[in-house]
Design a protein around this ligand. Structure first.
Ligand code: ADP
Ligand code: ASP
Ligand code: MG
Length: 440
């Protein structure tokens, strides 16, 4: 299996660029996004400036989207939490956004300065100046629209626009943020608004790997990955791209490339191209393994088995905005009763338990068990649609390592299992090997 650097997808992208150039200046906009580690200090920002200058020298008009410097958002989150401890959400969330959105502002100014220093005209634009309009769901807002005419004019005049990721603004002009990792989504949204021919996501790895390279050194960079597979990878835990950014790229057909920010301009840096399935040159049955430790399992024991009981349980959780996954209903030891088990993000587990207890009389159950030390490990691949036996390989590989499966869920292109959290890395490595993904 050759997952190494393959020239074909890159050539495809170049051909697309060549074609788009034929359509004139309008199509020669490029969005470059740099994550927190990539702008972690002034030296790294200087390298980012060189990468931007190089891209501009290729004849492109550039908008850059930046994250806060690494560690900065966490620092701001901690301060906001400390200052507002105990406040109700409606008193806290809007000002939390004012605090945490500021990290990105600093980076925009620093990069504009670094670019000017090497003779490249540049200016920063804050989210509210463009504006980037969003919903009013503070701390997890969604971009609604980007008003880009002014931005277009500026970048088409040759000035590099530096835009903070993560930031939005509500209709009544309050700052919002887009959820952790949200700068990826800002970048794709800006690329869509500008009609950019590419959205390049520069990060601290040189592409999307078959699994998190921090878990195994045998992970291999994928030359290409389909939008659908990337969407599953991201939503199942691979934080290299925020899930929403992939959704948006898929919906708006924005060509996305993930590549390293640690190389100098001109060094080979093919990265991973996220594209339509039809464009994939070398199709794999399984493209990657993802994991998420942010999971908890809640079991309702001895639930009275009558029509409508699931509607009450999951309706209650949905009304409270708790995202439930992996639902299993099994017979209980008690005659006429069932056990209902489901998973959710770990941070929601206590709230879910309270809600279930509050509806105990209405639902009718004997006991609740919450388990937080679980993780979800998933194998993803569009090849599953047409190949049988993919699940068997997974179950055998886990069984050989003595790893017990607590829950299973599947979709057309993924299989996820819930396991004890202490086996996470072992499971990922075993599956990586079992599906033939190991590199040298
Ligand atoms: P940035 O700050 O640039 O947004 P992130 O930390 O959000 O970067 O995302 C990059 C990280 O994602 C990598 O350092 C890597 O550990 C992690 N990651 C998880 N799964 C994968 C994967 N399948 N391929 C590449 N990176 C992955
Ligand atoms: N700075 C924000 C975060 O750390 C957004 C981002 O980097 O994408 O989550
Ligand atoms: Mg990120």
């Amino acid at each position: 299996m050759n997952l190494g650097i393959d020239a074909k997808p890159y050539l495809l992208l170049l051909r697309r660029e060549h074609n788009s150039r034929l359509f004139g200046k309008l199509m020669s906009r490029v969005v470059m996004k740099f994550g927190g580690t990539s702008v972690g200090d002034v030296e790294r920002i200087a390298r980012v400036a060189r990468l931007v200058a190089h891209e501009r020298a290729q004849g492109n008009n550039i908008a850059v989207v930046v994250s806060a410097m690494s560690g900065e958002t966490n620092r701001l989150v901690e301060m906001a939490n400390a200052a507002g401890a105990g406040l109700a959400e409606d008193q806290f969330n809007d000002e939390y956004d004012v605090v945490v959105a500021s990290g990105e502002q600093v980076t925009t100014g620093l990069l504009a300065l670094a670019l000017r220093k090497i003779g490249v005209p540049a200016r920063s634009w804050q989210g509210w100046q463009i504006p980037i309009s969003s919903s009013d769901a503070h701390s997890v807002a969604r971009i609604a629209a980007i008003n880009s005419p002014q931005l277009n004019t500026s970048i088409d005049g040759g000035t590099v626009a530096i835009i903070p990721g993560f930031q939005g603004m509500t209709e009544d002009e309050r700052l919002t943020t887009l959820g952790r990792g949200g700068s990826d989504t800002s970048a794709v949204a800006v690329a869509a608004a500008l009609g950019a021919k590419r959205c390049d996501i520069y990060t601290d790895v040189d592409g999307v790997y078959t699994t998190d390279p921090r878990i195994t050194s045998k992970a291999q960079r994928l030359a290409q990955i389909s939008y659908e597979e990337m969407l599953e990878m991201a939503s199942l835990g691979a934080k290299v791209l925020q899930t929403r950014s992939v959704e948006l790229a898929m919906a708006k057909k924005v060509p996305v490339r993930v590549l390293s920010s640690f190389l100098e301009p001109g060094e080979p840096n093919p990265g991973t191209i996220v594209c339509d399935e039809e464009e994939i040159v070398e199709k794999q049955i399984v493209s990657g393994i993802a994991y998420s430790r942010d999971e908890a399992k809640l079991s309702l024991i001895g639930v009275e088995d009558h029509p409508g009981v699931a509607a009450i349980i999951f309706g209650t959780l949905a009304d409270a905005n708790i995202n439930v996954d992996m639902i299993v209903q099994a017979p209980s030891r008690t005659e006429g009763a069932v056990n209902m088990t489901f998973t959710m993000p770990e941070r929601e587990a206590d709230r879910a338990k309270e809600l279930m207890n509050a509806s105990k009389a209405e639902i009718g159950f004997q006991n609740i068990i919450v388990k937080k030390d679980v993780s979800k490990v998933s194998v993803i691949g569009v090849g599953m649609r047409s190949h049988v036996g993919v699940a068997k390989i997974m179950f055998e590989a886990l069984s050989k390592k003595g790893i017990n499966i607590e829950n299973i869920s599947t979709s057309e292109i993924k299989i996820s299992v819930l396991i004890d959290a202490s086996y996470t890395e072992l499971a990922v490595r075993a599956l990586h090997t079992a599906y033939g993904l190991d590199g040298e």
